[in-house]
Design a protein around this ligand. Structure first.
Ligand code: SF4
Length: 117
């Protein structure tokens, strides 16, 4: 099992929990993940990470995601699970919560509109 550490910039593989979920739920799209070749330690916070370091790490992770050919698949996977931690598909956990809340509101409004018609 791959152990991730923010202190270890030599990590070059996707975290085990990511790879397993991707294979099981969404097919082999994770094999195209850019983060398999980059510093996977960027994507998950070490314990007690200071805010400035977290923001810097998350921005670095998002830059990796921005050049990833499976960004959309990764993001949807993380939203559907939902994945509670880490940067997935260029979104932090907090950003994914916002997207999910927006989708829930849109679903409610759509159902209201359908029942009123
Ligand atoms: S979008 Fe980001 S987290 Fe997702 S597979 Fe690509 S590089 Fe990894």
């Amino acid at each position: 099992m791959l152990q991730l550490s923010y202190q270890s910039p030599q990590v070059t593989a996707v975290p085990v929990q990511r790879a397993a979920a991707r294979e099981d739920q969404d097919g082999p799209w994770h094999t195209e993940a850019v983060c398999r070749r980059d510093e996977a330690g960027l994507f998950f916070a070490p314990s007690k990470e200071p805010t400035a370091a977290r923001l810097s790490r998350e921005e670095a992770a998002k830059r990796v995601c921005a050049r990833c050919p499976v960004l959309v698949q990764c993001r949807e996977h993380a939203l559907l699970q939902p994945e509670p931690y880490g940067v997935w598909g260029g979104l932090t956990a907090a950003e994914r919560r916002v997207v999910l809340a927006r989708r829930r509101r849109q679903d409610i409004e759509l159902k209201k509109a359908q029942s009123a018609a």
